[in-house]
Design a protein around this ligand. Structure first.
Ligand SMILES: [Zn+2]
Length: 158
């Protein structure tokens, strides 16, 4: 297991071949997330993942009781370019995940995930038809799939 209870705001840099199957754990308690779930989809050997992001996702997992599928976690620069990600994407830093909660595959589910994520401290939220982008950037930014900003008076508004 990869213990993260000792870190507050770190971004871990881990080896997929060595640590991919390991679960993150917080103060000895196993989370629901394994290292490989955050791996760049181009098969890169290293993965970056923010401790704050893991804590946030684990909170969401425990509160909802529903599995959280990570469509996209860390992305290498090459992979991010290939999938059309923003050059400043938080996926490049290990601070972002595109998630689907439970069997959610519609806007209603994505919206619920967004609202829950904000209440638990997510600072970047993107609302898409079939998934929700969540990140832990420094300055808040909320948007939808049309690029429309969803930040009003400092909080998520839809
Ligand atoms: Zn994303």
């Amino acid at each position: 297991m990869i213990e993260i209870g000792c870190y507050d705001d770190a971004v871990l840099d881990l080896s997929i071949p060595d640590d991919g199957q390991q679960y993150f754990c917080i103060n000895g308690t196993k989370t629901h997330f394994r290292v490989i779930e955050f791996a760049s989809k181009d098969g890169a050997n290293r993965v970056k993942v923010s401790v704050k992001l893991i804590r946030l996702l684990e909170h969401m997992r425990v509160l909802t009781g529903l599995p959280i599928h990570i469509n996209s976690g860390y992305r290498t620069l090459e992979h991010n370019t290939k999938v059309g990600g923003s050059p400043k994407s938080q996926h490049l830093t290990g601070k972002a995940a595109d998630v689907v909660i439970g069997a959610g595959n519609n806007v209603g589910h994505a919206l619920k995930a967004a609202i829950l994520a904000e209440s638990l401290g997510a600072t970047g939220i993107g609302l898409y038809n079939t998934f929700t982008h969540i990140d832990v950037r420094d300055n808040k930014s909320f948007w939808d799939n049309t690029g429309k900003g969803l930040l009003q008076n400092g909080s998520f508004h839809y």
